[in-house]
Design a protein around this ligand. Structure first.
Ligand code: NAD
Length: 493
């Protein structure tokens, strides 16, 4: 384990990590544990209890009891508690960043500079919104005295993937808590560390027992019973489109509301008048940030034929200069993939893309890093050719992109909109009128101009089609998603 780890992070990892239920730590009822692997060297860094339906049942019951008190607090009281939590998390940014880098393999500098502080901002954002929200909405109707009375749902369930454990936890759970719901969370089995450390902080600041509960475990053993539990009132699922469909079907049976944030295959359109240095930096960054394991990132690069060679020269130079290494090394710009399985998937796509006739623009592949030999490293690769290639159509989730040349705006838009995914796309041009026009015609939840991966609180983020449904995150609407409307009406006269 790297020396950069603080004594606090080491102490946290040295104990058996358990499930967090009813404000305390519990072994799983079946006694099971799983190893948490450091993707940077393939070594085990911690053992974590691995639960099943029996633990889910207890967690939902205590969350239901806790709801009685938490939901009755004033919004100001909940906001004060969440602001206290934000302050305590801020004191531990470095520990959280170390644990995130260790767990996911992501570059520590990014975790410390972006993921963790940005996630903490989310706590404050929803704490503020809770104090400003409209819980009673008068309706001005003829002959009826009426209002909408907004109340929290009850126990909400959350299922998360492994790529941004801390930010996704904050983006999804904070609006629910601020609105007065209680939560049962299933983190990805590969990356539970910052979620559990967050519980330790929540316990220390005195978030009441049962308001936040975490059950670690496999999808079918923990995720499915969580979705199917009769006392779960809402589900938020972030993960692959395939599993998302199954979750939606389960929610549909009861039915309960379901927020799905799913996979993507984002496009970037680079026009002939684009600032090519900026476009190359942004797009190289898009596939190296978190080693390309970013749902909304740009992996289909549509480049105007007149600047294709120039762009390729710039972007390959940037990618070749990217420093690849262990997540915890402060000099690392791109870490390993999260697991052996993910490394295999990314390398298989390279083989399949080439066998379907793609041109290798930048040769990448498995990489061994001296001193970190067991890590799951892959250097970036760029393929190019026709748009019927598997690497243009399917989500790879690694440091890879597929380039296609285009001649006209219409042709570029057809290529962007040729897949069922609809998460995020971008357009690069110095002609802002053209950018706005193209941005409006790209079919997705998010269109970005002269940048890719643009996030802020107040900027709604979500997908459509195979990329999600249910309102997205990071905006006031997300807060209202966690309040149900009750219409109260009295005829006059
Ligand atoms: P995944 O769908 O395999 O797993 C996500 C979570 O679902 C995990 O916690 C897993 O244990 C659980 N799960 C799996 N099967 C289940 C089942 N049958 N019932 C209940 N729970 C089950 O996804 P992943 O591989 O962990 O993450 C990568 C995917 O997540 C990519 O497709 C990526 O695009 C997507 N993602 C989307 C967003 C977004 O905001 N749209 C953000 C991050 C990741």
């Amino acid at each position: 384990m790297s020396d950069i780890l603080s004594s606090e992070a080491k102490a946290f990892l040295s104990q058996p990590l358990q499930l967090f239920i009813n404000g305390g730590w519990q072994a799983s009822k079946n006694g099971g544990n799983t190893d948490v692997i450091n993707p940077s060297n393939g070594q085990t860094v911690a053992k974590v209890a691995s639960g099943d339906e029996a633990d889910v049942n207890v967690a939902v019951e205590v969350a239901d009891l806790a709801f009685q008190e938490w939901s009755k607090r004033t919004p100001e009281s909940r906001a004060a508690m969440l602001n206290k939590l934000a302050n305590a998390l801020e004191d531990k940014i470095d520990v959280l960043a170390q644990l995130e880098a260790l767990d996911v393999g992501k570059a520590y500098v990014n975790a410390k500079g972006f993921d963790i502080p940005f996630g903490i901002d989310c706590v404050r954002y929803y704490a503020d919104l809770a104090t400003q929200a409209e819980y009673e909405k008068p309706l001005h109707l003829q002959d009826i005295d009426a209002r909408v009375h907004r109340v929290p749902y009850g126990v909400c369930g959350f299922i998360f993937p492994w790529n941004f454990p801390f930010d996704l936890l904050m983006w999804n759970v904070m609006p629910a808590l601020a609105a007065g719901n209680t939560v049962v969370i299933k983190p990805a089995e590969l990356t539970p560390l910052t979620t559990l450390y967050f519980c330790k902080i929540a316990e220390e600041v005195g978030i009441p027992a049962g308001v936040i509960n975490v059950v670690v475990g496999a999808g079918r053993k923990v995720g499915t019973p969580l979705v199917q539990h009769p006392k779960i009132r809402r589900i938020s699922f972030t993960g692959s489109s395939g599993v998302g469909k199954q979750i939606a079907a389960m929610c549909g049976e009861r039915p309960i509301p379901c927020k799905l944030e799913l996979g993507g295959k984002g496009a970037a359109v680079v026009f002939e008048d684009a600032d090519l240095d900026k476009a190359a930096t942004q797009l190289a960054g898009a596939i190296t940030l978190n080693t390309g394991q970013v749902c909304c990132t740009a992996t289909r690069w549509l480049i105007h034929e007149s600047i294709y060679d120039q762009f390729v020269e710039k972007v390959t130079a940037t990618l070749k200069a990217t420093k690849i290494g262990p997540g915890l090394d402060p000099d690392t710009q791109m870490g390993p993939l999260v697991s052996q399985a993910q490394q295999d998937t990314v390398l298989q796509y390279l083989d399949k893309g080439l066998s379907e006739g793609a041109e290798a623009i930048l040769n990448g592949g498995a990489l061994s890093i001296s001193g970190s030999e067991g890590g799951f490293y892959v250097s970036p690769y760029l393929l190019g050719g026709s748009a019927d290639n598997i690497c243009f159509r399917e989500e790879i989730f690694g440091p890879a992109a597929y380039l296609v040349k285009f001649k006209t705006e219409t042709e570029a838009l057809e290529l962007v909109n040729s897949l069922d995914y609809g998460l995020a796309n971008s357009v690069f041009s110095e002609d802002l009128t053209r950018c706005q026009r193209v941005a409006e015609k790209m079919i997705a939840g998010n269109s970005w101009i002269n940048a890719h991966n643009v996030f802020a609180y107040g900027l709604p983020y979500g997908g459509i089609n195979k990329s999600g449904v249910g309102g997205g995150v990071n905006c006031p609407e997300t807060f209202y998603d966690y309040l149900r409307d009750l219409t109260i009406a009295r005829p006059l006269g």
